[in-house]
Design a protein. Structure first.
Length: 258
């Protein structure tokens, strides 16, 4: 890219599996000093946004860079400078999410390896620590519980989406990472109407599919990882998180060296 093009970048990135390695216990994920320093230096020159399935509260603590734009719970809640957004229909589903996660806790309290991550507007059922021979049984039991919950309560307010060794419990609304990216871009363009932007998005799993497809059309998309989902749309493919961090470091150096 030319120097003028570098200054037009708006950088979007997933968190787990992209900026940080996937951990067996999601609570033990830590942003490395090296990655934090790269992000700190990038955000001095270009807008940087982290779009994640994690809660906004978790991202604030884990990233700890106030200037970075954060979109948590798959884009259902956003912090962009002084602007805040929480999807109203997701907020209306929060109690139902809590009711279902309480059901899951009771159902799986004796099942070794199950972790239930409560995130307010969403929740995640992690089965990475379950023995390989029992994972299918655990997932089938989850879906049975979800079906029963849907039939006997306000379960039609919720939906389930598969992630990496996890099942995401979400409000049943048409809003996700892609829509959060568009929300952020719209507000950025309103602030700088004369500035043409080059948006870049990087992600590593099924939850990033729509965002990668969008960005391939309007900017640059980067898929990170060896497990490439069928027909994933991306401009570039990187085989590892290490390669992605090296790319961010090179981008930082080129911007600073203009």
């Amino acid at each position: 890219m030319s120097g003028s093009a570098l200054n037009r970048i708006v950088l979007f990135s997933d968190f787990d599996g992209t900026l940080v390695p996937i951990r067996k216990d999601p609570k033990k994920v830590v942003l490395s000093v090296r990655v934090r320093n790269v992000l700190k230096r990038l955000v001095r020159n270009i807008p940087v946004a982290i779009i994640s399935g994690r809660s906004l509260a978790f991202l604030k603590k884990a990233i700890a860079i106030p200037e970075i734009i954060l979109a948590g719970n798959h884009g259902l809640e956003v912090k962009m400078g002084l602007d805040r957004y929480r999807h109203p229909k997701a907020v209306a589903c929060e109690k139902t999410i809590k009711l279902f996660t309480d059901c899951l806790k009771r159902e799986f309290r004796k099942t070794a390896g199950i972790l239930i991550e409560e995130k307010g507007l969403t929740a995640t059922f992690h089965y990475r620590l379950v023995s390989e021979s029992q994972r299918e049984l655990a997932c089938n039991a989850f879906y049975d519980r979800f079906k029963n919950f849907s039939e006997n309560s306000d379960g039609d307010l919720l939906k389930v989406r598969a992630g990496k060794m996890s099942l995401e419990i979400l409000p049943n609304i048409n809003w996700g990472k892609k829509e959060a990216i568009l929300w952020i871009l719209e507000r950025y363009k309103k602030r700088f109407p004369q500035r043409k932007v080059i948006p870049i998005y990087s992600g590593d799993d099924e939850t990033d599919r729509a965002s990668l497809s969008l960005m391939k059309k309007i900017g640059i998309s980067i898929f990170v990882g060896r497990e490439i989902a069928p027909k994933i749309a991306a401009t570039f493919f990187l085989s590892s998180q290490t390669q992605y961090i090296a790319l961010l470091r090179q981008l930082q150096l080129e911007i600073e060296g203009q």
